[in-house]
Write a protein that binds this ligand. Sequence first.
Ligand code: GLC
Ligand code: CA
Length: 558
Amino acid sequence: MDKKWWKESVVYQIYPRSFCDSNGDGIGDLNGITSKMDYLQELGIDVIWLSPVYQSPNADNGYDISDYQAIMEEFGTMEDYDRMLKSAHDHGIRIVMDLVVNHTSDEHEWFIESRKSKDNPKRDYYIWREGKDGHEPNNWGSCFSGSAWKYDEATDMYYLHMFAEKQPDLNWENPVVRDEVFKMMTWWCEKGIDGFRMDVISMISKAEGLPDGKKGEGELYGDYTPYVCNGPHVHEYLQEMNQKVLSRYDLLTVGECAGVTLEEAKKYANSQGTELNMVFQFEHMDLDAGETCKWTDRKVPLPALKEIMNKWQTGLEGCAWNSLYWCNHDQPRMLSRMGNDSDEYRELSAKMLATTLHMMQGTPYVYQGEELGMTNVPFRNMDDIRDIESINAFREMTEAGIFDEETMFRYICYKGRDNARTPVQWDDSENAGFTTGTPWIMVNPNYTKINAKEQVSRPDSVFNYYKKLIALRHTEDVIVYGTFELLMPDDENVFAYTRTLDGTRLFVACNYSQDTVSVEAPADFAGQKAELLISNYAEQGDTPAAVLRPYEAVVWKK
Ligand code: GLC
Ligand code: CA
């Protein structure tokens, strides 16, 4: 097994807007992050993935960049950035930047030029097409509702935007665009950053001719996926990026790969290292999705989740590398999705979910607040919602009569991205200690009982459990490099597996229900004395028990 620091690391994602506000304007910022470096060091994480901090008009909270080499004014200055980077490094923490290059903001200088005229030198930086009989060039829908095309009067043509209208897609077929991106990446690498998380990188190469997508009955738009995700040249472009930039530095690289299959992931994250270190796949997040995309309140049956995780654990073994995540800034809180956020079971089930994930093979990602057991948010009505995806979808779904307002709002409360974006709960003072001003998005009212201050000092808190899990990864090679074997695949309550490295074995068992359930230990553990590595219940015997209590998680070692 090829040892690498990024395989042995735990990454912590910061969504800067919601992390910590240093100057009372209600918006998290770089100095706020610097002020929490001791906290992150105490947690023990190795790497920060910083969601975008570049200059942006914030149509999509920084995922619409108008200058890649400037800092968003609300977040501070380049000097603040440099200080944060230095402080992170002084604390032994690396910084991974979010790289958003499938699209820019429409306020980026490249696009301002591009839209001016058909013969502007930057015209081909973006994807422009003539309309078809007064309609959009094809039937693709954007990920944020409506058509993926926007008519532009100046030249009587349409531009492609797979996300919001203010996020025009870059034309990666143009070698000048690729060189501009590589030059910008090199500039950040020279500054001393430690890697890139690449936003929707699987979508940068579009199929020749941009064909119409299949459109089911009652559907508003055609399905772009086969023509946009894992497109014809994506691996070529990433190999070029790797040769020209990535391979020249010591980086952690992770590609956000919408629509990625196991076979595709083996290319993106191949162990020869010709593209990226690892990808974010979505199959486990999309299990509850249906005809109306993510907008449902369906619950995921545990066997389906296990099947997917098993497929990725065993499928990439020895040929590529996994990322591991339950949460990020685009997902509701996993604790409210697959765990139990009631007062009685919140902490137990948060620790149980963490155990399942952190004992697998791959690089684990912790999303801010996950280490505190933060939950989904009791939004009161659409006025509390800030996210462009939810706001657009609410309008589209209710106007088309697909859902009534009450139903759609219920789905947004369950699945909307704002669940992850309310401020980190630092203490029980006003606004959870996030800001002295008015926060840009509501604070989850449960901050009085769920907050960092209370948890850091309490030995059995969710925070201290994460701390222990992270520390274990640094001391137990089997957690990083061991092979994975799923047990009890069809069981509806228990997620159990083993990890094996040379003579060392782990037996991990997690109960996803509030009942006491039976569990079968593998033969070499059943009734045998073993070492207890971690558990979310204080009392344990010296051999694996035949039952698991509500939301119990145990890890045994031999
Ligand atoms: C990615 C980001 C998401 C953003 C989208 C468009 O999926 O994670 O937050 O809205 O790309 O940039
Ligand atoms: Ca601020």
